[in-house]
Ligand binder design. Sequence first.
Ligand code: 13P
Length: 326
Amino acid sequence: MGNTVHFSDLGLVNTREIFRKAVGGGYAIPAYNFNNLEQLQAIVVACVETSSPVIIQVSKGARNYANETMLRHMAQGAVAMATEMGSKIPIVLHLDHGDSFELCKSCVDSGFSSVMIDGSHLPYEENIALTKKVVDYAHARDVSVEGELGVLAGIEDEVSAEHSTYTQPEEVEDFVAKTGVDSLAISIGTSHGAFKFRLKEGESVPPLRFDILEEIERRLPGFPIVLHGASSVVQEYVELINAYGGHMEGAVGVPEEQLRRAAASAVCKINIDSDGRLAVTAKVREYLAKNPGEFDPRKYLGEARNELVRLIKHKNQAVLGSAGKA
Ligand code: 13P
């Protein structure tokens, strides 16, 4: 790509300092996925108003959807908007689930301050080799890298797996030492998407495998751990969607208390995508059903944006504990 840009020129930061503080401080940095203007505006407003550091992240699919050049300017705009609001919250632009060296390199070159290389589906040694290659390229440019061990079930854009495989704690020290990653995503029972658990009548959500998390923490003291698939699948939104023509019966996610417990431990980054999608869909469905003559996108997307601000503020304050930590 001809127009290489470094993240520091966009006003972004990498994850080093914010993770160091989060691990020591018993809270997690929120990583919110976005694809469009309204989502990004809501993330900035909510994080500025709660004074929370934030990771804005895009998947490969989101990057294709939004256009890579547009994305870079959106991220720069997010920093400018926060500054105009009188805030200096740290903002990280992160690639979620990078699936190749080339994609990670392209993101580093176009201004991302952090990338994930997800080699978790590969044989162990291949995961190490691919991750190390990305780390070598990214670290030479001060860009942070997230790796993954263990496979999450569910669907996240193009990444999908039918069954999960828990992270094996015996592998984590070796993986981190050999790759040099800055953070590690693990699998302890969360999954991507809005249907995380198939519950039968009367069953409740099974607890996350905190025993695995504790063992990983014992083996890698003070090392930043990342939790993917961490939406709670807010039932109020599922009900609104179903009430206004949708079909999302049985959608269920990770209870907030469990996420709070994870955030207080070595988990210092929590990924949330589905809850944002649900909030937008619920409010758009409700608005259009109640206002059938309306055709101005600012009206229904504005409703969705307001709801996203409420949701993100709640997450920062009551779930992740990142409010006031910027
Ligand atoms: P959710 O589907 O639970 O929001 O998870 C998102 C995620 O992990 C993005 O990588």
